[in-house]
Ligand binder design. Structure first.
Ligand SMILES: N[C@@H](CCC(=O)N[C@@H](CS)C(=O)NCC(=O)O)C(=O)O
Length: 214
């Protein structure tokens, strides 16, 4: 299989979703570091050359350039045949959880973590508290769903699990949640995903920003 290249950086849970998937399917891939914290994704140059949406991750494969983790995960599951839903009903269910994740889980966790930890002091505390409450409520929905099941959809791991788990391995001092105590079913499921061959922690799979600024 042609080598994959992935634009991303270690603190980006969205990049981690794509990097983790590449590892879990045993792909040959290399990261292209992005200096997010000095504003690389905000430059006109990055937007013209890499991604008009000004985001990571961006996956390069053969003649393809793919962005949006849901698209990247879908492409990788289709090309590898791994972490794929086993029937049409489950395919829609996987899509449903990926959309819920993008809109309600990842978006709030990532923004809350940025303001509460990585860019601490840069936002009104009321905004940080609002985001924290949204994370709590939405992770509770995931927790309830996982109480009686091993994975989000069906009885084996799919790209829905990789998507929702994307931000849950960062240290508690970054996301400010006690996942083990507050979301016990999420915690058990998170540990289950960790056992998959090829799993790596986000800080061991993607490069730090080249400037060293976090
Ligand atoms: N929905 C996008 C979200 C990607 C995203 O927000 N990436 C962040 C880094 S984790 C980013 O590049 N943000 C730049 C910005 O929002 O301007 C996806 O799933 O790929």
């Amino acid at each position: 299989m042609t080598k994959f290249k992935l634009y991303g950086f270690a603190q980006s849970g969205n990049s981690y979703k794509a990097a983790l998937m590449l590892n879990l399917i045993g792909a040959d891939w290399e990261p292209i570091p992005v200096d997010f914290f000095v504003g690389e994704t905000f430059t006109q140059e990055y937007r013209a050359r890499v991604n008009q949406m000004g985001e990571v991750p961006v996956l390069l494969h053969r003649d393809k350039k793919l962005t949006q983790t849901g698209v990247i995960l879908t492409y990788l599951s289709e090309t590898s045949g791994k972490f794929k839903a086993k029937n049409e009903e489950d395919r829609l269910e996987v899509l449903r959880w990926i959309l819920f994740d993008n809109h309600k889980v990842t978006s709030f966790i990532a923004t809350h973590r940025l303001l509460a930890s990585l860019r601490k002091g840069s936002a009104d505390p009321a905004v940080v508290e609002f985001l924290r409450a949204r994370v709590f409520a939405n992770l509770k929905i995931v927790d309830l769903h996982l109480e009686k099941r091993k994975y989000l959809v069906g009885d084996f791991p799919t790209i829905a699990d990789i998507s929702v788990a994307g931000y849950l391995y960062y240290p508690p001092e970054e996301h400010h949640f006690d996942i083990q105590k507050e979301f016990p079913a999420v915690n058990t499921w998170r540990d289950r995903i960790k056992e998959l061959p090829g799993w790596k922690h986000p800080y061991d799979i993607l490069p730090q920003p080249p400037s060293g600024i976090k």
